[in-house]
Design a protein around this ligand. Structure first.
Ligand code: THU
Length: 159
């Protein structure tokens, strides 16, 4: 028996310390939280993706009375970007959440299904996507979606 350790590193920034282009991305993720359709959870999530051409696209979570039919902001945003610009790799994704009248103090982290979709996007374009998770007390920066999903499953295993 051997133990294998899998280590993930997260950089924690204050908002003011972020590079300017990441501040813009976080600002956009925050801005769109007001557009979320979240009548059931009241948990309004915004996501903004920075593409290779420096364009930013953003979207929000979309809920449904049949709960599983809804979708998280990260997947809505990534599918939107990949549909609109199938040949433009994403460089970074920012996520912010507004609930109970304010942005959350601590960042939320993407659910498993969103991590899987982000990983597929990284593999599809052969890039790392920097993931920025906004909280009022700190912004987490992960260097890739892969780092959020150790021991992951991907298409190479289907061959
Ligand atoms: N949600 C997101 O949009 N992103 C996440 O990372 C976590 C959860 C949404 C799904 C649902 O509309 C609401 O937040 C509560 O789970």
């Amino acid at each position: 028996m051997e133990e294998r350790k899998i280590v993930t590193s997260v950089l924690v920034y204050s908002y003011d310390e972020l590079p300017e282009h990441y501040k813009l991305l976080v600002d956009e993720a925050k801005r769109v939280t007001k557009d979320a359709y979240a009548p059931y959870s009241k948990f309004q999530v915004g996501a903004a993706v920075l593409l290779e051409n420096d364009e930013i696209l953003s979207a929000t979570n979309q809920e449904n009375a049949a709960y599983p039919s809804g979708m998280c902001a990260e997947r809505v945003t990534m599918f939107y970007a990949n549909s609109k610009y199938p040949n433009l790799p994403p460089k970074a994704l920012a996520i912010a959440t507004f609930a109970d009248g304010d942005f959350l103090d601590e960042p939320i982290t993407p659910c498993g299904a969103c991590r899987q979709v982000l990983l597929e996007t990284e593999l599809r374009y052969g890039v790392n996507i920097n993931v920025l998770l906004y909280g009022k007390r700190g912004v987490y920066l992960l260097s890739s979606a892969k780092s959020l999903l150790p021991l992951s499953f991907d298409g190479s295993l289907l061959k």
